[in-house]
Design a protein around this ligand. Structure first.
Ligand SMILES: O=P(O)(O)OC[C@H]1O[C@H](O)[C@H](O)[C@@H](O)[C@@H]1O
Length: 430
């Protein structure tokens, strides 16, 4: 199960403020359920869970199995919601080092020429046995026009066409049913295409082919992931209390003047999940001068860099810890006779225990320093729990943003930099 711990946040909020926030969260949740809030045409991330498409899951699984058998490298080419969800789940569940199956690489998520050039060199370098690496690319773009993604895809696609006899077997596209330059390229070349439904926005799309194909290619059980989200959906439709308390707590703290939500974990494999939350929350709530800035922190690493700021800087932040209760693997500290490093007081203890105390100590210090702390606990880190967590974050942010009287599902502000960049690049029409 996913469990919320509010104790160390509620001590910063009055009962009145919390209960009034809770009432508003309840109303907002009804608006989501009855599709009467802003952006009702963007609620497809709920309908895919209300009516699971098992045939689609099987189709994705089948293709992923075939790719896993053949590919040395699988490139996820996308930006924002078109890659962050896949990366979050893959980072959380795949081994840190030397996993089985194709190497998963990312492209189209920025415009670094050095990165792309080194990526292409790497793809072109033969394997140890002298044969060419078998490379597959999944280009993912809802609009089909995003510059970062389209540029990287142009370079990778051209190399795939030069290198492989049946290039169309190596290119899989995920985009909207119609429109966008990518659809023209798909039609002209006969590439395999998965459709991202119009009513699912990019940052809410990890449980569609956008996220599911790369996740399945990484060897992760997408059915367990998807049905974890389905369980969270069904349960919260019936008993939304914990979820609404989470949204209400964030709301009450925001209305007290908190400006930043620091998403922190002591588990480095959850850093991608924090990155996914950062987009989900940031693009959904940062509108019309409103919202808390989502900051991603990796502990205990960042306690040695910005920990000072969290402890004693401006008191305008809240902290959301992502906690894993039962670890998959750990290491136990051995005793040493001379105890030269003075660590024998930890002998017999494992790293999960030590890391857990670091979390509790950090929370205690930050609360004493005036930082309200929320915790979201994964009982364990597996497909089911991650699926549950994904849906809970999606519904929580939708409810919270409705409480701010904003549309959680658009991102008009993102266009401003693009317009200025296109003018500077001389794009026709700008
Ligand atoms: O999937 P795409 O259309 O390529 O969009 C990729 C990303 O870029 C956009 O600028 C938006 O800000 C994001 O919400 C979106 O996820």
């Amino acid at each position: 199960m996913i469990r919320f711990d509010f104790e160390h946040a509620h001590s910063f909020v009055s009962d009145d403020a919390l209960s009034s926030a809770k009432k508003r969260a309840e109303e907002s949740f009804k608006q989501v359920q009855t599709q009467t809030g802003p952006g009702p045409e963007w609620l497809g991330w709920r309908s895919i869970l209300a009516q699971p498409n098992d045939a689609l899951l099987s189709e994705i699984d089948g293709l992923a199995t075939a790719i896993r058998q053949e590919a040395d490298v699988f490139i996820v080419c996308g930006i924002g919601g078109s890659y962050l969800g896949a990366k979050a789940v893959i980072d959380a569940l795949c081994p840190f080092f030397g996993g089985k199956g194709p190497e998963i690489l990312y492209a189209g998520h920025h415009m670094s020429g050095r990165y792309l050039s080194e990526l292409m060199e790497y793809l072109k370098t033969p394997k140890a046995d002298g044969t060419t690496k078998k490379v597959f690319v999944n280009v993912i773009s809802k609009s089909g026009t995003t510059t970062e993604t389209a540029l990287a895809f142009r370079v990778i696609r051209s190399w795939i066409h030069e290198t492989f006899e049946q290039p169309e077997k190596h290119i899989i596209c995920t985009t909207s049913a119609t429109g966008g330059a990518l659809n023209k390229i798909i039609d002209a070349n006969g590439y395999k295409k998965f459709v991202l439904p119009d009513d699912v926005g990019g940052r809410f799309s990890v449980l569609t082919p956008v996220g599911l194909l790369p996740i399945a290619v990484a060897g992760i059980d997408i059915r367990a992931l998807f049905y974890g989200a389905v369980s969270a959906f069904n349960e919260t439709e019936q008993s939304p209390d914990a979820l609404l308390t989470y949204a209400a707590t964030r709301l009450a703290l925001y209305e007290q003047g908190k400006m930043m939500d620091m998403i922190a974990s002591f588990e480095p494999e959850l850093s991608g999940m924090g990155g996914w939350m950062q987009q989900l929350y940031g693009e959904s709530e940062g509108k019309n001068g409103k919202g808390m800035f989502p900051v991603l922190l990796g502990y205990s690493t960042d306690l040695h860099s910005v920990g000072q700021m969290v402890q004693e800087g401006q008191r305008n932040m809240i902290e959301t810890f992502l906690v894993v209760d039962k670890p998959g693997k750990t290491v136990t500290v051995a005793a040493e006779e001379d105890d030269a490093d003075g660590l024998n007081y930890l002998s017999g203890k494992d790293f999960h225990y030590i890391n857990g105390k670091a979390y509790l100590g950090t929370r205690e210090a930050h609360v004493e320093g005036g930082v309200p702390c929320l915790s979201i606990h994964f009982e364990k880190l597996d497909e089911e729990h991650i699926g549950r967590f994904i849906y809970l974050c999606e519904i929580a942010i939708a409810v919270y943003v409705y409480c701010l009287n904003e549309n959680p599902f658009d991102q008009p502000g993102v266009e401003a930099y693009k317009k200025a960049m296109f003018r500077l690049l001389g794009k026709p029409g700008f």
